[in-house]
Design a binder for this molecule. Structure first.
Ligand SMILES: [Zn+2]
Length: 430
């Protein structure tokens, strides 16, 4: 039996729940209408028959040893079915022809059509090179710079496991491409020449080619612990091992650390942000601990790097509380790409709320659209992540309104900031 107090409490809870139900759709509907800037994705270019695009990632993750896939990335996931229905009119089994027809009909406009379906205005395309249909103003380039960090003999690093072996192979191919683009046939014999003739010219060329940021997926290759190292120390390491032999891991790390900070400083000079993968990554050999964003604190605290803006891509999962504290650094940003794809919206909403209650102008929307499989291409994964990412934002803002942390107007302002305005300011977009 209920006494008077508890009936009142129940009535109050009921009223709150009702007002909550009342508010949720309206906030969600407003969020739906905001044309987003997607901070991180891998769109696939339009290809001719028999042609294949392999430039959507410097380290394609399609040839790895089996791992236990997260639920949302498994075949037959309900999100995938919903994406196929929304985009191509039916589940994968029935709509493959429909998808092909759409691709044919849209031609070079197909990637921009996909953005329209996702409610995305501008997508930052993290690709080795741009291509057919993947062009400004809808797509902005974010090339890769890890290859520049590994100019020496990588055989000692590559033997650690099969993933690393494949990854260092890809990085060496990319470094040769950068050398060729710099009109060189071999690596210079001194570090100063390497910086002046390869590293800086590559960054300047990419900037001229439209790059708004440079991407490190270093967490797939080593830890994010980039120390501050004296130039003289690494000049010797470079000169000795560019000639012959493979350096010991600890010695080589010092050179990589130096190169990382050099590249970051150059990006600041050139007005490009630095994107860094901070999240547990694909593959059964990924070093989760090495991807802890707290490793980046000494980089963020380096006074000589304060002109460089760092974006911690994927928001540091599972270290989402640790990364919150880093948002106080003036040049630290994060996005929630990939989390929007693999986490249920209600789970992601808890993290989003914590960030939005702390430093909301550094939080960016993102999808990590990627050609994961035949069923889950960049179109489907992008559509799913955009939808779940918006749902998570709506839940976070609704609970903040319910708890009287923010007004409805403030909630809408935060939604616009996360989906669009924060990125627009960071990349100085019109
Ligand atoms: Zn990515």
């Amino acid at each position: 039996m209920l006494d008077r107090t508890s009936s009142f409490a129940l009535a109050l809870i009921g009223a709150l729940l009702l007002s909550g139900c009342d508010r949720t759709p309206s906030i969600a509907a407003e969020i739906e209408r905001i044309r987003a800037i997607d901070n991180h994705a891998h769109p696939v270019r339009v290809v001719g028959s028999g042609e294949q695009d392999r430039e959507f990632d410097a380290l394609p993750v399609d040839n790895m040893e089996p791992a236990s896939d997260p639920v949302y990335l498994r075949p037959g996931d309900t999100g995938v079915i919903a994406a196929w229905r929304a985009l191509f009119g039916g589940p994968p089994a029935n709509a493959r022809a429909g998808k092909q027809r759409t691709i044919q009909e849209k031609g070079d406009g197909y990637p921009a059509w996909v953005l329209d379906q996702m409610g995305v205005d501008v997508m930052l395309a993290n690709r080795v090179a741009m291509g057919r249909g993947i062009q400004p103003p809808r797509f902005l380039w974010v090339p890769y710079v890890d290859a520049l960090m590994f100019p020496l003999n990588n055989s000692e690093l590559a033997v650690k496991n099969s993933d690393r072996k494949a990854f260092f192979g890809y990085e060496e191919i990319l470094l040769r491409r950068y050398l060729k683009e710099a009109d060189l046939t071999a690596l210079p014999s001194s570090l100063s020449e390497y910086l002046a003739r390869v590293v800086t010219p590559t960054l300047e060329r990419q900037k001229r080619g439209g790059a708004v940021a440079e991407k490190f997926e270093a967490a797939y290759l080593r830890s994010l612990d980039f120390e501050k190292v004296e130039r003289a120390t690494v000049e010797r390491v470079y000169a000795q091992f560019i000639a012959k032999g493979a350096p010991a891991d600890a010695e080589y790390k010092l050179l990589q650390d130096y190169l990382f900070r050099y590249i970051a400083a150059e990006c600041g000079r050139l007005g490009m942000a630095v994107h860094i993968h901070t999240m547990a990554g694909a593959g059964s050999y990924f070093d989760v601990r090495g991807a802890n964003p707290l490793f980046l604190e000494s980089v963020l605290n380096d006074p000589t790097l304060r002109k460089t803006n760092f974006v911690m891509v994927h928001g540091g999962w599972p270290f989402t509380r640790e990364i919150t504290a880093l948002l106080e650094k003036p040049n630290a940003y994060l996005d929630y790409s990939a989390q929007s794809l693999i986490l249920p919206p209600a789970t992601l909403a808890q993290t989003l709320r914590e960030w939005l209650e702390f430093v909301p102008e550094k939080v960016l929307f993102g999808t990590d659209a990627y050609p994961y499989s035949d069923e889950m291409g960049w179109e489907e994964s992008g559509w799913i992540a955009a939808r779940r990412g918006r749902e998570a934002l709506a839940i976070a803002l609704t609970t903040m309104m319910r708890d009287d942390v923010i007004s409805r107007d403030h909630a809408l302002e935060l939604a616009r900031m996360v989906l669009r305005e924060n990125a627009r300011k960071l990349y100085r977009l019109p």
